[in-house]
Ligand binder design. Structure first.
Ligand SMILES: Nc1ncnc2c1ncn2[C@@H]1O[C@H](COP(=O)(O)OP(=O)(O)OP(=O)(O)O)[C@@H](O)[C@H]1O
Length: 809
């Protein structure tokens, strides 16, 4: 029996172990039971009939395949008839298979939902109508043999009433227009194994009791669907259709990811005729997170979308011979710098290189490349240069001088190909002559000609490949050059920016030609240059030199990788995926201005759902990012920002504790779920391992199924794991390479716990040494907000000054 959280008006219904609201009469209750039985019977019948259809058709298909060749006639006169007959059979076969496929999918869906076919009901009387319509809402639509709706899919327009209103006057939107009326009843059900376990009528929100019950459960290795308890503000995110860019700023645990996942399921349903799951892409922080959310769409009866990370895109796209640092190695580098001075420099550099101001600097550099500066790579065979750097430069900068950079790239590529064609024709003759002069017999003339062609075509193929992949450009050298003269591009950017501001403020705004010339190639950022955000000239020069030194060591720092890619794409043209219709970006606070500019160009015909919590911006490189910056990166698209303030994940004491870490953060409203207050344990290096092991035992005894021990960085996480795993069986460790995790106890570096949640969280090093700086505040907030039910912080010596007052042990 399930007893819902705080249901105080419940009573055990008629001895059958079901919780019900007090005012539901016995008659009504029986009616509800009969309704459930009826719906389950209808679903059962449909499943039987689908099984029979599948069986019959399977037989039919086997028969057709077996007799397929019987139709083939050897009589030449009947050749046409035979052809027609075979085509018809192939068509029938394909049809059968399509119907089969559909039947199988429907059967799987019915099978999945028959145990809990619905969760809500509203009674709705449309304006000017006398009768009210009871609308039962579930994860899939169910109709009887007359086509009458027994259950409405939660994504149908009328079902939105369930999420948006309390009983009273209501309205909902349909493709035909707005429908108004009155809701006379709003009811929730808990049904398991096709049995009614709870029924109660609810008010404004989707019943607190049901939500309490959901939130009391244990964290899982996979995200849960929230369809039966979606809150009104989340429903606004799920059903928003009016904006091309929907940005959600929400407190930790406010349901951003959950809402985004249900939103995709909603959009796939609404646009099922024109949009498919392959046209939806999710950008998430890492593979582990991708795995965590991978079950939601299948649970909701949809195929999964494409899931990726920005890092994967950069690794695939960036034309460099250097290794590209990832965001985790960057985090480690910035947390543990070689010296305080290097740390300061690298942090400042990472911040600046994520900003719009820096984008203006990159634009200034790209603009300068219109006149000079692109380094070319000659093409040839190992023994001979065929197209020299000089020839390429001449073609690019003289012959094609009037064209844009991407057009010049394209035309140069074509020019190389036609040059190679002419060269190959001559070269074949030359090689042939050489073969002819061979003193020994090496083949007939024809054979020698073939050999010559083969010999030449090997090199031509290789050079054409280089042309095709733009490998006639020294991309690394271009980025080196950008860094070598960084102060110069800064000066130009600042000058262009004031010119652009002056220009934009003047009367002549219709002269678009001039505007292009002052606002840089990418056209995003020139007016966003903030002179105060520019480091001073000597600092800029040092930053440039520092990057060059890293490049010399064979590495492109993470903060540089997207700048490099942006410059590269500004030159060769932006990559585009036109078929993608929806892009979801989770943990949006971790993306730089450059990354947004690239994504916006990459998916020119897509809508964007962007979810972030700028209070969890733990990576240095992205601290400058703000919601407004994101909007500016999509200048042509209609955008809106929705803020989620209520947080659902943690108990009230944990939520309040975590939010107190952020004195200037956005106000958050914890969901009223009681629990133990977080405890700060002051320990010594020597006592900590044993105390943590005891705590783990206590958490497990208290029913915590998933527990995370969060250590600030990779090295200490490895150390903790080594120390504790000797004394505890089953302890596991997450690294940046982990792709899946299961319920249990894990040691995790702080930054990899982002987006995830655990029943119990132990923070291994919540002390002055590890979380002593202002810059650690957001990371500390992020790790504390991973806990659902219990939070314990351990500090060797002085606890972190960023922590609010708490129980201290
Ligand atoms: N309406 C809801 N009904 C039930 N559970 C909910 C609801 N909204 C959120 N939750 C639960 O709250 C937890 C946090 O949700 P989610 O991970 O989507 O939040 P988030 O805003 O993306 O968090 P973060 O930014 O901290 O990673 C999850 O366990 C989710 O199931």
């Amino acid at each position: 029996m399930v007893v819902l959280g705080q249901v105080n008006i419940e009573r055990q219904a008629r001895g059958r172990g079901c919780s019900v609201s007090d005012h539901i009469t016995a008659l009504e209750y029986e009616h509800e039971e009969r309704k459930l039985t009826h719906i389950v019977q209808v679903m059962d019948k449909q499943m039987n009939s689908l099984r029979a259809t599948i069986g019959d058709q399977q037989q039919e298909i086997v028969e057709m395949k077996r007799h397929f060749w019987d139709e083939v006639s050897v009589d030449k006169e009947q050749l046409f008839e035979t052809y027609v007959s075979i085509m018809q059979q192939a068509k029938d076969l394909a049809n059968y298979e399509r119907v089969q496929d559909h039947a199988r999918r429907l059967l799987t869906k019915l099978d999945k939902h028959i145990g809990s076919p619905y969760f809500g009901r509203i009674d709705f009387r449309e304006e000017y109508e006398v009768d009210k319509l009871p609308v039962t809402i579930g994860l899939m639509s169910v109709t009887d043999e007359n086509g009458e709706h027994l259950v409405y899919d939660w994504r149908t327009p009328i079902a939105s009433l369930f999420y948006d209103y309390a009983p009273g006057p209501v309205q909902y939107r349909t493709p035909m227009g707005v429908i108004t009326g009155e809701m006379t009843l709003k009811r929730q059900y808990l049904i398991r194994n096709s049995k009614l376990e709870a029924v109660f009528d609810t008010g404004i929100q989707i019943g607190d009791d049901m939500l309490q019950d959901m939130l009391k459960r244990s964290a899982d290795t996979k995200m849960k669907t929230i369809v039966s308890t979606i809150q009104r503000e989340q429903n606004a995110i799920i059903r928003d259709d009016a904006h091309e860019v929907l940005i959600v700023q929400g407190a930790a645990g406010s349901g951003k990811t959950s809402a985004a996942m249900q939103r995709i399921a909603y959009l796939l349903y609404k646009y099922r005729e024109s949009m498919h799951s392959e046209q939806v892409v999710l950008f998430s922080p890492n593979d582990l997170f991708n795995d965590y959310v991978s079950n939601i769409l299948p649970e909701l009866g949809e195929s999964n979308m494409t899931q990726t990370t920005f890092q994967q895109y950069m690794d695939y796209r960036l034309r460099t011979t250097r290794q590209i640092e990832d965001v985790y190695d960057q985090a480690e580098r910035l947390m543990n710098p070689a010296s305080e001075a290097v740390g300061q420099l690298e942090r400042a550099s990472a911040r600046w290189k994520a900003s719009e101001s820096f984008m203006a600097v990159a634009d200034a550099f790209v603009t300068s490349l219109m006149d000079e500066g692109i380094a070319f790579e000659s093409l040839g065979t190992p023994k001979r240069t065929i197209i020299t750097e000089e020839m390429l430069r001449e073609h690019f900068y003289v012959t094609l001088a009037d064209w844009s950079l991407p057009a010049r790239m394209d035309k140069t590529r074509e020019w190389i190909k036609s040059y190679l064609k002419e060269w190959a024709a001559k070269e074949v003759k030359r090689v042939y002559q050489r073969f002819l002069k061979q003193p020994n017999y090496i083949g007939s003339e024809e054979e020698m000609m073939q050999m010559s062609k083969k010999h030449v075509s090997k090199w031509v193929r290789e050079m054409r490949r280089k042309a095709h992949t733009y490998s006639f450009i020294k991309w690394d050298a271009i980025y080196e050059q950008f860094n070598a003269h960084l102060p110069r591009w800064c000066e130009i950017a600042l000058a262009s920016s004031s010119a652009a501001s002056a220009y934009n403020g003047s009367e002549q705004t219709n002269d678009s030609e001039e505007k292009v010339s002052v606002s840089g190639l990418a056209g995003y950022a020139a007016t966003q240059v903030d002179p105060d955000a520019m480091p001073n000239a000597s600092m800029v020069a040092t930053m440039g030199e520092h990057t060059l030194a890293r490049m010399n060591d064979g590495m492109i720092p993470y903060e540089d990788a997207s700048v490099f890619l942006y410059i590269m794409e500004s030159i060769e043209g932006f990559n585009t995926f036109n078929h993608i219709r929806q892009v979801v970006i989770d943990e949006a606070q971790d993306y730089s201005a450059f990354q947004y500019a690239l994504l916006s160009r990459l998916f020119p015909r897509s809508k964007f759902t962007i979810l972030g919590d700028w209070n969890q911006a733990i990576y240095e490189s992205n601290r400058v990012g703000r919601v407004e910056m994101v909007q500016r990166m999509f200048p042509e698209r209609k955008s809106t920002v929705i803020r989620l303030k209520k947080s659902y994940r943690s108990t009230k004491p944990i939520s309040e504790f975590a939010h107190a870490i952020l004195p200037d953060g956005e106000p958050a409203e914890p969901f009223n779920r009681e629990g133990k207050p977080p405890v700060v344990h002051v320990v010594t290096e020597t006592t900590r391992p044993q105390l943590v092991l005891e705590r783990l035992q206590q958490l497990q005894d208290a029913g915590c199924q998933s527990i995370a021990i969060l250590a600030k960085n990779e090295a200490s996480s490895a150390q903790v794991y080594q120390m504790l795993s000797q004394k505890m069986d089953g302890l596991r460790r997450v690294t940046k390479h982990t792709q899946q995790f299961s319920v249990g106890t894990w040691v995790i570096p702080s930054y990899l716990a982002k987006g995830l949640e655990f029943d119990g969280v132990i923070i291994w090093d919540a002390d002055q040494e590890h979380y002593g700086h202002e810059r650690d505040r957001k990371l500390l907030y992020t790790v504390c907000t991973r806990a659902l039910h219990e939070l314990h912080l351990y500090a060797v010596g002085q606890p972190s000054p960023l922590l609010p007052a708490a129980d201290v042990n």
